[in-house]
Write a protein that binds this ligand. Structure first.
Ligand SMILES: [Zn+2]
Length: 84
Protein backbone atom coordinates (compact mmCIF):
# COMPACT_ATOMS: atom_id res chain seq x y z
CA UNK A 1 0.00 0.00 0.00
CA UNK A 2 1.11 3.54 -0.70
CA UNK A 3 2.98 4.94 2.33
CA UNK A 4 1.16 8.26 2.09
CA UNK A 5 -2.17 6.46 2.37
CA UNK A 6 -0.92 4.35 5.27
CA UNK A 7 0.03 7.48 7.18
CA UNK A 8 -3.41 8.98 6.49
CA UNK A 9 -5.11 5.84 7.82
CA UNK A 10 -3.00 6.03 10.99
CA UNK A 11 -3.91 9.69 11.39
CA UNK A 12 -7.59 8.85 10.91
CA UNK A 13 -7.39 6.26 13.69
CA UNK A 14 -5.90 8.84 16.04
CA UNK A 15 -8.43 11.49 15.05
CA UNK A 16 -11.28 9.05 15.62
CA UNK A 17 -10.17 8.74 19.26
CA UNK A 18 -10.05 12.52 19.69
CA UNK A 19 -13.69 13.41 19.28
CA UNK A 20 -13.28 16.94 20.58
CA UNK A 21 -11.77 17.71 17.18
CA UNK A 22 -15.22 17.39 15.60
CA UNK A 23 -18.16 19.74 16.09
CA UNK A 24 -21.39 19.06 14.25
CA UNK A 25 -22.82 22.19 12.66
CA UNK A 26 -25.91 20.67 11.10
CA UNK A 27 -27.35 17.27 10.31
CA UNK A 28 -30.57 15.35 9.78
CA UNK A 29 -31.08 11.84 11.10
CA UNK A 30 -33.80 9.23 10.78
CA UNK A 31 -34.55 7.87 14.24
CA UNK A 32 -36.32 4.54 14.76
CA UNK A 33 -38.34 5.05 17.93
CA UNK A 34 -40.31 2.34 19.70
CA UNK A 35 -43.51 3.20 17.82
CA UNK A 36 -42.51 5.08 14.69
CA UNK A 37 -39.70 6.68 12.74
CA UNK A 38 -38.92 10.33 13.44
CA UNK A 39 -36.75 12.83 11.67
CA UNK A 40 -34.39 14.68 13.99
CA UNK A 41 -32.46 17.65 12.74
CA UNK A 42 -29.92 20.06 14.17
CA UNK A 43 -29.15 23.41 12.62
CA UNK A 44 -27.97 26.81 13.87
CA UNK A 45 -27.63 25.41 17.39
CA UNK A 46 -31.27 24.31 17.51
CA UNK A 47 -32.84 20.88 17.59
CA UNK A 48 -35.97 19.78 15.82
CA UNK A 49 -37.86 16.48 15.83
CA UNK A 50 -41.04 15.45 14.06
CA UNK A 51 -42.49 13.62 17.09
CA UNK A 52 -45.52 14.93 18.98
CA UNK A 53 -43.66 15.36 22.27
CA UNK A 54 -41.13 17.70 20.71
CA UNK A 55 -43.93 19.95 19.38
CA UNK A 56 -44.90 20.79 22.98
CA UNK A 57 -41.58 20.58 24.80
CA UNK A 58 -38.92 21.52 22.23
CA UNK A 59 -37.02 18.48 23.45
CA UNK A 60 -37.73 14.76 23.35
CA UNK A 61 -36.23 11.32 23.90
CA UNK A 62 -34.85 11.34 20.35
CA UNK A 63 -32.98 14.64 20.66
CA UNK A 64 -31.74 13.69 24.13
CA UNK A 65 -30.52 10.31 22.85
CA UNK A 66 -28.56 12.06 20.11
CA UNK A 67 -27.10 14.45 22.68
CA UNK A 68 -25.80 11.39 24.52
CA UNK A 69 -24.51 9.73 21.37
CA UNK A 70 -22.76 12.80 19.98
CA UNK A 71 -21.65 14.24 23.32
CA UNK A 72 -18.64 16.48 22.96
CA UNK A 73 -19.12 16.65 19.19
CA UNK A 74 -22.02 19.07 19.71
CA UNK A 75 -21.60 22.77 20.40
CA UNK A 76 -21.68 23.25 24.18
CA UNK A 77 -25.03 25.08 24.15
CA UNK A 78 -26.66 22.19 22.28
CA UNK A 79 -25.21 19.34 24.31
CA UNK A 80 -26.83 19.85 27.71
CA UNK A 81 -29.96 18.00 28.79
CA UNK A 82 -32.47 20.00 30.80
CA UNK A 83 -32.60 19.34 34.53
CA UNK A 84 -35.58 17.08 35.30
ZN1 LIG B 1 -38.68 13.27 19.08
Amino acid sequence: MNSALISKIEKAKRYAEERDRVTFVQFTARFRGDNDYHTVSFQDGRWHCTCHFFASWNICSHTMALQRILGEMLPAEAAAEPAP
